[in-house]
Design a protein around this ligand. Sequence first.
Ligand code: ATP
Ligand code: MG
Length: 475
Amino acid sequence: MAIHDPRILIVDDEPAICRNCVIILTKMDYEVKYALNGYDALKMLEAEPFDVVVTDLKMSNLGGMEVLRRLKETHPETMVIVITGYASVSSAVEVMKMGAFDYLPKPFTPHELRSVVHQSLVEREMLLQNQRLMQKKVRLKSFSHQLIGDSPKIKKVVSMVQKVAPTDSTVLVYGESGTGKELISRAVHANSTRKDKVFFAVDCGTLSDNLLESELFGHAKGAFTGAHTLKEGIFKLADGGTVFLDEISNISINVQSKLLRFLENREFLPLGSTVNQKVDVRLIFATNKDLKDMVAQGFFREDFYYRIFVYPIMVPPLRERKTDILPISYHFLKQFNQSFGKRISGFEDTAVTRLTEYDWPGNVRQLRNVIERAVILCEGDQITLKELPLVGDVADIEQLIDHIPSTNDELKRIKKEIRRRAVAKVEKNFVMNALMKNNWNVTRAAEKVGLQRTNFQSLIKKHHIKIPRHPRSDS
Ligand SMILES: Nc1ncnc2c1ncn2[C@@H]1O[C@H](COP(=O)(O)OP(=O)(O)OP(=O)(O)O)[C@@H](O)[C@H]1O
Ligand SMILES: [Mg+2]
């Protein structure tokens, strides 16, 4: 469904008709505006988007036929419903041929108007969904590292990847653990001119300071005890390609300084050597820590921070892009079906609800593990709740409370998580209660609880509350 209230534009040169239509449709929780001629309507359509235009056919200043023709050129996804007092078979056929959604002869009842607008919105949603599917297929084809998801947030990430990939810019990918930072870094490489050269991933978290330095820069024979032979460093081996430095919050100030120098001109001195080496390497950094915070605490060089913060890509946690959960689940289902030779076709409704309502503190990686286990456990045609035992929001709050954190970081994360979930629960109950007491009338419910309608509406969206769409008895 559209993320905003459906927006409708009425176009008629009789003000009384416009006002009537506005009253009838506003009761359906649509946002309705009107224009008194075709010319004004086109101006409004240029300035702001509308989902549906209901237009009169005969008007003095630009008629409905012309509005329809121009709209189909400029906003093909806007549904147009034509109303007219001069109903005739030939004009009906003509407007339908030109791409109108439907045709409504005057006089019409409020029910007829509401019904045709509602149908046009359903049709529009279907068209948009089809378009999205097509776009997704096209986009993914050009991505050798499939980044699944269609939420606005992941689309923004994809678009940032596409923009920066062809350049040689240094990229910093940051976000919570398991959000897809490495996948995104690989996608940057795969979509760059270096794609046929090496992508070298270095986990800075697991190497000691000295080892990391000699791995990256290499060393001369005899540089230190045990350096029996010359060793080429990763930067040399990756010449022409990309080096991915993962979890850079673990790099010591000493190695940060050396990397800073390397970033200036791509030159470095292997340990124990006197000869500078120059290479052509692109660098991508990743971290799940707040580097700014580390700078403030003196663990991270400020100049190094600014040097790598040239093109930051923030990967949002999965709970902030919940519409991606299902597509990604199906992606993993397909993958594990193949691995385990199964033919599970999908997820039962209750399983879908669980998957989409859960908050995924471990993000996509956790989702992947959960689906893998579910595929192994599942013996039927569809994955059911039974195979998703760890996933359950309410039980998890209790689990979180009972959990004993072993580090301060973990304590902080758990405190934040408990607070967030408790607040979410209270908020959702509050909204549901207000809606139910007011017969699902959003405007009235908002008024009663003392919230602005738009703020109340954001809470409805935030908690994925579905309002039953039926004409209410008072309309
Ligand atoms: N949008 C996505 N579509 C498909 N698979 C994804 C997506 N995002 C992440 N994954 C998969 O989820 C898993 C975790 O991703 P990845 O290793 O890139 O995360 P990360 O952010 O680097 O995690 P960490 O911080 O723990 O290192 C991988 O198997 C990856 O392929
Ligand atoms: Mg990673």
